[in-house]
Design a protein around this ligand. Structure first.
Ligand code: SAH
Ligand code: SF4
Length: 371
């Protein structure tokens, strides 16, 4: 029998597989608890599961997460992990500690089919979609690093997720949805939908379903207020122009003043950063429960853009703020380790691997994470 990774199989599917195999339904619930609440790595650790069933499960499944091959810690506490999948493909995952929370930035694809001009991932071809197990796996590795099993009820090091790593999550919707449902399951990892933000470059036809089915916070990579410019910066705009995108935002299920949509706006010198752009942004977002996230452009070798000056960013932010929007400028975190969301992995590939601190999985197994 072909073994499958049990991590990433949704609850209903797991119930179905157990039923097919003649295993009582309550066992599926027990095993779910071991996997996602206790975070165990082998069937043998499942103390209340009979030995013969454990043996049977080990024939049907294996329990696998991505391998944490390297880790770097920034002077500001941000950590960047290089995670390797079964086929050797890698993504990076970043953990950003803050006073009252810890956020991980996770990926949905290796590479991206879209070609946003300022994004380094956009210069790479899509290698493949990540499976739901690989997406959940990023969260589980983060929990391993902080030795955060069983699922703590409060004071978590990994309390929030942003899907702002590599790839366009709404172009790998099924796997992303399966993964997030596992992550949100209250009997497992138990992260609330309010603590999860999915960032899209504007895949309009998938937005409604995402809101209805998952109810997670939405972030939209807007970056320009006119179609002519957005067509260049975010070429997907030619398919789904600003008007349609904003209409989909207006209709996003669950968006209200308490749960606003975040509009990401990367500050590009002389391209999209004038006071007129700021005023137009405010006009466009009228009647949409929104907040605006101004992101200083993070340059990469060969990019044809520069980051706006601090003065231009301050002026822009002021206009948006005066119009009643919260407009924080996203402070760059972990710059010394090139940990900016949206341009993960590609930079580190350049770096000699010896510069990275090697973390052995044994350290993690013995609970001595890098946290
Ligand atoms: N594909 C999704 C999510 C990944 S990108 C999306 O585009 O929304 C996450 C965020 O990082 C996006 O807002 C993206 O536009 C931004 N980003 C990409 N490259 C960047 C760079 N070099 N500097 C600053 N932000 C960048
Ligand atoms: Fe893909 Fe997002 Fe980068 Fe655009 S910004 S190329 S959608 S990862």
């Amino acid at each position: 029998m072909q073994q499958t990774n049990i991590i990433g199989i949704g609850r209903d599917d797991l119930n179905g597989l157990f039923k097919e195999a003649g295993i009582p339904a309550f066992r599926a619930k027990q095993i779910w608890h071991w996997l996602y609440f206790q975070g165990v790595r082998s069937f043998d650790q499942m103390a209340n599961v009979p030995k013969d069933l454990r043996a049977r499960l080990s024939e049907m499944f294996f329990i696998h997460r991505p391998t944490l091959s390297q880790a770097q810690v920034s002077t500001d506490g941000t950590q960047k992990w290089l995670l390797k999948f079964y086929d050797g493909q890698e993504v990076e995952c970043v953990h950003i500690p803050e006073v009252d929370r810890g956020t991980i930035c996770i990926s949905s694809q290796v590479g991206c089919t879209l070609t946003c001009k300022f994004c380094h991932t956009g210069t790479q071809k899509l290698v493949r979609n990540l499976t739901s197990g690989e997406i959940v796996g990023q969260m589980m590795v983060a929990r391993d690093v902080f030795n955060e099993w069983p699922t703590p009820f409060s004071h978590r090091h990994v309390s929030n997720i942003v899907m702002m790593g590599m790839g366009e999550p709404l172009y790998n919707y099924e796997n992303v949805a399966n993964a997030l449902k596992i992550i949100m399951d209250p009997e497992g990892i138990s992260l609330s939908k309010r603590k999860i933000t999915l960032s899209t470059s504007g895949v309009v036809p998938m937005m409604q379903q995402c809101g209805e089915e998952l109810g997670v916070n939405l972030a939209v990579s807007l970056h320009a207020v006119r179609d002519e410019l957005r067509n260049i910066l975010v070429p997907l705009n030619k398919k789904y122009p600003i008007k349609e995108l904003l209409e989909a935002c207006r209709n996003y299920p669950g968006a209200n003043n308490a749960n606003r949509i975040t509009f990401e706006y990367v500050m590009l010198k002389g391209v999209n950063d004038t006071p007129a752009d700021a005023r137009e942004l405010v006009r466009l977002l009228k009647h949409i429960p929104s907040k605006i996230n101004l992101i200083p452009f993070n340059p990469w070798p060969g990019s044809s853009f520069e980051c706006s000056s601090p003065k231009a960013i301050a002026e822009f932010s002021e206009i948006v703020f005066k119009a009643g929007y919260s407009a924080p400028v996203r402070t760059p975190r972990g710059r010394d380790i090139l940990a900016a969301c949206g341009q993960l992995k590609s930079e580190s590939e350049r770096k000699s691997k010896s510069k990275l601190q090697n973390i052995h999985s044994e350290d993690l197994n013995s609970g001595q994470g890098i946290g």
